[in-house]
Design a protein around this ligand. Structure first.
Ligand SMILES: *[C@@H]1O[C@H](CO)[C@@H](O)[C@H](O)[C@H]1NC(C)=O
Ligand SMILES: *[C@@H]1O[C@H](CO)[C@@H](O)[C@H](O)[C@H]1NC(C)=O
Ligand SMILES: *[C@@H]1O[C@H](CO)[C@@H](O)[C@H](O)[C@H]1NC(C)=O
Ligand SMILES: *[C@@H]1O[C@H](CO)[C@@H](O)[C@H](O)[C@H]1NC(C)=O
Ligand SMILES: *[C@@H]1O[C@H](CO)[C@@H](O)[C@H](O)[C@H]1NC(C)=O
Ligand SMILES: *[C@@H]1O[C@H](CO)[C@@H](O)[C@H](O)[C@H]1NC(C)=O
Length: 305
């Protein structure tokens, strides 16, 4: 661990002088940008948001002359003067190695929509693997009913309007009936909601047994070797309680990665910061998520430009 730290610290100090910035040439959301570039001594990071002819926003980002940014930042109403094409232009200077500063410029607030498991008439709801975003006035829902012909218990998972959920909750236990079959308790005629991402596995007696499901997968990137880098993001929904690791060239752990690669971990989320990416860093990076039910993998290729 100490060794890794020293390597990281030593590598960081080489590039510590200046900003690292996200560098993308047109992505639908600035959060989608995962390519890093090293900016010059007198440069800052920028984000330019423009509106395309189809009405959708487009984000560009990278390095920009610091003095010019300072000047532009002082001019009010810049966007308006550019005939409505550029809606926003912002710079920042305080980037660092794992968190370049220009990932949240130009008003990209984190989305407030809930993400919920979604499956219809499922016999085995704990196998549900589909995740959908709910509209802002909806939260996660689970319901169960006894099928009229087969008499099996079936489950519906998805989004439900908050008002409807309030009704379910006020009726709560009056409409939930449980029956015992051997040692398992099945809950029929249940309607329940919860206000957390992915929380509807677990309602209505559904066991939380799901294989890890990725909520954020790393993308393929084409990079200029020694000049550009990338943050590979791998994230799973929290319900399945997965542990995540990366593999590269058939190896696992720090031995698989070159010295300059920084690993940052949080529960359900392990990122690799590869900056700058050298020729030897090119290849397939595999994110492996494992829990008590099974293993899921996803991968991204880094290719030289
Ligand atoms: C990954 O690529 C897909 C398809 O090009 C794109 O829709 C998506 O936004 C990208 N995601 C990230 C995190 O870059
Ligand atoms: C950056 O700006 C400083 C002060 O204006 C100047 O002395 C220096 O040469 C500049 N560096 C580069 C790489 O342009
Ligand atoms: C980088 O920025 C993040 C978020 O602002 C901060 O938590 C982290 O400590 C910073 N790292 C360094 C090495 O300055
Ligand atoms: C990434 O590249 C691999 C190999 O070329 C390809 O099979 C895969 O579909 C690509 N992924 C995306 C999201 O484009
Ligand atoms: C999550 O998994 C870890 C081991 O991977 C285990 O120690 C922990 O008890 C699990 N937590 C829950 C809530 O299942
Ligand atoms: C991984 O990267 C994503 C996107 O840049 C960020 O939101 C997340 O906090 C990072 N996770 C860790 C553990 O650094």
């Amino acid at each position: 661990m100490l060794q890794i730290f020293i390597l990281v610290a030593a590598t960081a100090s080489v590039y510590a002088v200046t900003n690292q910035c996200f560098n993308c040439n047109g992505v639908p959301a600035q959060e989608d940008c995962d390519v890093l570039i090293q900016c010059g001594e007198n440069e800052s990071c920028f984000v330019r948001k423009s509106t395309q002819y189809n009405g959708k926003p487009l984000f560009e980002s990278g390095c920009f002359s610091k003095p010019t940014c300072d000047t532009l930042n002082q001019i009010a109403g810049l966007g308006k003067r550019e005939a409505g094409l550029t809606n926003c232009f912002e710079c920042c200077y305080t980037g660092n190695r794992t968190h370049p500063c220009n990932n949240k410029l130009c008003g990209t607030p984190p989305s407030r929509e809930r993400k919920c498991f979604s499956c219809s008439d499922a016999l085995h709801p704990d196998d549900c693997e589909t995740i959908i975003p709910c509209s802002e006035d909806s939260i996660c829902y689970a319901g169960s009913y006894r099928h009229p012909f087969s008499h099996e218990i079936r489950y519906n998972l998805g989004c439900q309007h908050k008002d409807t959920c309030r009704v379910f909750q006020s009726l709560a236990h009056g409409h939930v009936s449980s029956s015992s079959h051997g040692d398992s308790v099945e809950t029929s005629h249940c309607n329940d909601c919860c206000d957390d991402d992915y929380c509807n596995i677990g309602l209505c007696g559904i066991p939380k047994r799901v294989k890890p499901i990725f909520t954020y997968k790393p993308n393929n990137s084409t990079l200029r070797p020694d000049l550009e880098g990338v943050i590979l993001v791998c994230k799973t929904e929290p319900v399945s309680n997965a542990t995540i690791h990366w593999e590269f060239k058939g190896l696992t752990g720090s031995s698989a990665l070159s010295n300059g690669v920084k690993v940052s971990s949080a529960p359900n989320n392990v990122n690799l910061t590869i900056f700058p990416a050298h020729q030897g860093d090119m290849g397939e990076y595999i994110c492996v998520a494992t829990n008590s039910v099974g293993t899921s993998t996803t991968s991204a290729f880094l290719r030289p430009k």
